[in-house]
Design a protein around this ligand. Structure first.
Ligand code: SAM
Length: 355
């Protein structure tokens, strides 16, 4: 909801001079009633047209804060919560790596802080089509960008694919640069990104090239970009999905070592353009080969650690509901029971920091 900032801060601040707890409570109750019945807002808390000085808050957060004030038994405690609400509505406290207002942290109920991400469905808002085989769901870049970037900062995705990261960057007012080996794929990503509303005038740059040998510094310089503040990579999971016949495509690596070697080169090539103190996410899964579980995710993580990044989180994310036919799913379940193995249902998001 949008509040008249001057009015609400003035009213709440005046309560701090009040010595009668019941009077304070009456005003807060009155405010709650007004909030619940917006159209009959006689006090003008929500009368945003009056002076244009507004503030946006989630109604769940505001109601929670007001309830906390009303639930308190002493005047000292009541004033403590009022003071806290005034501060939350009037000041912003952000860290160096994102725009989250820490005075209002309770408002960010939809931002994950646990290492297990269970997501039922792909996000469908925006220009995401979901049609590219091997893409990731928009919630992944959405969550990461909100936690690890500020508005107007630069995000680099070294394996652009269908452009999920850059669509999300544009939606959130972050500038995005993406590298994709396949011209056709890069072209359709550009088209999809173009369709996303440009609410914040964010810049988008797409480079067709091989991320394992690209001179990122000079490519960015040519585009007047000094450095990036967040790096994300969603490489092929070695040969699980073949993206092309191109030798430089990581999905065509002949052996796992060759895959890891190429991936390591991408990590080396991008290292100089990421600002110190900023974050790098790798999204990858494991694979089976010859009946054995190959911990591709952990081997890949190791390549990053070798290069001096520090590990901040290992997030386990479930897979999308598989589109496979029911009898095929049952066949796999039968095979798993017979063969003594487990069916993949998760992948990893490794989070690193450049110290
Ligand atoms: C797993 S997909 C990325 C999907 C992307 N996250 C999305 O949501 O659409 C990996 C992409 O990396 C590209 N790729 C493979 N080798 C590459 C290389 N050496 N340089 C740049 N891109 C490469 C593939 O063509 C493919 O589009």
């Amino acid at each position: 909801m949008t509040l008249n900032k001057t009015k609400i801060i003035h009213t709440l601040s005046k309560l701090l001079d009040q010595q009668n707890l019941n009077r304070i409570r009456d005003t807060v109750k009155d405010f709650k009633t007004n909030a619940a019945k917006l159209p009959s807002d006689k006090k003008g808390f929500f009368n945003i047209g009056s002076n244009g000085n507004t503030i946006k808050v989630s109604s769940k957060y505001l109601m929670g804060e007001l309830d906390q004030i009303l639930d308190t038994k002493t005047i000292e405690r009541t004033k403590y919560y009022i003071r806290r609400l005034v501060r939350a509505l009037s000041e912003s406290k952000t860290s160096k790596i994102n725009d989250l207002n820490l005075h209002r942290w309770k408002e960010y109920g939809d931002i994950f802080t646990d290492s297990l991400w269970v997501l039922d469905k792909r996000g469908t808002s925006g220009a995401h089509s979901g049609g590219y085989w091997g893409n990731f769901i928009p919630q992944i870049p959405n969550q990461l960008l909100r936690r690890y970037t500020k508005k107007d900062e630069w995000v680099l995705d070294a394996f652009l694919g269908s452009g999920t990261t850059l669509i999300e960057s544009k939606r959130l007012g972050r500038n995005g640069v993406g590298v994709e080996l396949l011209r056709k794929v890069a072209h359709s990503a550009a088209k999809a990104i173009e369709q996303e509303d440009d609410l914040f005038s964010a810049r988008t740059e797409i480079i067709v090239g091989d991320s394992s040998s690209l001179d990122f510094k000079s490519e960015l310089k040519q585009r007047n970009i000094k450095s990036v503040q967040f790096l994300i990579m969603h490489p092929p999971y070695w040969d699980i999905i073949k993206f092309s016949k191109d030798k430089k495509d990581l999905s065509n690596a002949k052996t796992m070592n060759e895959f890891l070697n190429l991936f390591g080169k991408v990590v080396d090539a991008t290292y100089p353009v990421l600002d110190k103190g900023r974050y790098f996410a790798v999204v990858i899964g494991d694979k089976y080969s010859g009946g054995n579980w190959i911990p591709l995710g952990f081997y890949t993580m190791q390549e990053v650690l070798k290069r001096g990044y520090s590990l901040k989180s290992i997030i386990i994310k479930n897979f999308d509901e598989t589109k496979g036919k029911r009898n095929q799913k049952e066949l796999w379940r039968y095979r798993a029971l017979v063969g003594g193995f487990y069916i993949f249902k998760h992948e990893y998001i490794f989070l690193f920091k450049k110290e």
